[in-house]
Design a binder for this molecule. Sequence first.
Ligand code: AMP
Length: 574
Amino acid sequence: MKYSELVGLYEYLEQTPSRLSKIEKIAAFFREADAKTLDKVVLLMQGKVFPPYSEKEMGVADKLMIKVIASSAGFSQSEVENEFRKTGDLGLAVEKMLSVKKQKNLVNRELDVTKVFENLQKLASVEGKGSQDSKISLIKELISSAQPKEAKYIVRTVLEQMRVGVAEGVLRDSIASAFFEFKDQEEKKKTISAIEWAWFLRPDYAEIAKIAKEHGLRGLEKVTVEVGKPYQVLLAEKAQDLKEALNTFERPILEFKYDGARVCIHKKGGKLWFYTRRLEDVTKQFPDLVKLVASGIKAHECIIEGEMLGTDAKSGSPLPFQQLSQRIKRKYDIEQMARTIPIQVNLFDIVYLDGRDLFSETLEKRKKLLESVINVIPGKFQLAEKLVTKNIKEAEKFYERALKARQEGVMVKNLDASYQPGRRVGYWLKVKPIMETLDLVITGAEWGTGKRTSWFGTFILSCRRDEGFAECGMMGTGIKEKKSVDEDVTFDELTEQLKLYIISKKGNEVKVKPKIVVEIAYEEIQKSPTYSSGFALRFPRLLRVRTDKSPEEADDVGRIERLYSQQRGRKSAF
Ligand code: AMP
């Protein structure tokens, strides 16, 4: 398949707002792709050349790309930089520069999808000395035979700045209409949920599209977890309060909601893999967990889930999530880090045991199986604290105990429910204290992607500090695409207002004058070296624009600091 055909599709998608038209076009495209190219096309459409969960990266930054563009198109680096400054997008820059280039391409070879895909994949495997040169020549080979529009998308793919924005739901529905026919809506729904189910268990639409094309519905229904490959975990919903959560289920079980990171432990004989909830492979980062599993798991083959905490090396008491997150990101001195911040794992579920997946089993049964395969290593590798009760007084005590132990709150789970991968179904309910809101000022923004390209999609939040402002988070939630009630704040409204205050532009980002005050809800305050205030809000969400407040009346860093120190071990909120 020619790469220009894929570029035609990108262009169409970029210009077409209608979801249905997008799906039709993509489906036709998928049908045309042969078995060998289909998976490549599905990945490239998402601006990727590896499955979403892969750790591999092309590792090319703007600076290197400027060099490549200059040398492939016969311009100086400063000419490319100039164009980049004007457009804020190296993809557009290369397109424009190639279009006006007087000296036509000497190489007259048509690019095909496989060639582009393979060269881009190779970028991830070049390492060490001379790797820059190898990367340059891999991209140069493509750009020097590319038409201007092709070059635009190659550059954007390499920089991971594809703006076409094919949402996961669109891909799913496109696979459905490409490879299946439906008698009625009912059958369509069934097919779509089979595709989605398969994708929860193998979160890579390239693989799912191939299965759909080659083996149909039967093939999709046969997809199950594979030990060693990540799947999408069951998610929790929020409960109003403990009482509501208890009343939701006939037979609830309460567990500590630990302030750590979810870990899925895959074991196949002596082989181990650890995945986070975001499907990152963190096996290398946790050699200490390898040791714990060796004596802590009796089963030959299994996948179990738990929450991993960092602990104080001396006292063994749990530390806030932030400490552990340093270990998750760590690429070097791993053994040293394992000694500085030892871990504790609190296990709460099992989804696979010796050849059989357990998704359709009840939580009660899964808990029993989990207990049967674990050798508890106290304080290190243990079962999550739990309590089976319907009694509110007992539940409140348990909740207090979780907060006193410096954990987030409790999970209330339905003992009779199965395990639904990837879903935020109401089988698990989280109960945690609500944080007070903050009034902050917007001091910057980033342009959105996909159908939000003409709006700012992310906003930089700042609090007052001394005479100025200091950043404390990035927010993209709580803002609406369309108004459904008067109070809703839309991307369009915020964008129009902020445009008036732009001070500077850099790439995708703008800085704005501190004018707009917003009321922000969030889940937690963390210490952060990334933001100039030294604090970061976790999951900030816009509640409303405070037109009644001036930036001088926004909250200051002192209030954030106070809330930060209050948030641990707080009294329950009911
Ligand atoms: P949230 O991130 O607030 O949606 O809450 C869900 C997350 O809580 C899960 O993904 C786990 O990482 C974490 N968690 C902590 N303790 C538990 C527990 N006992 N059961 C399930 N999830 C837990």
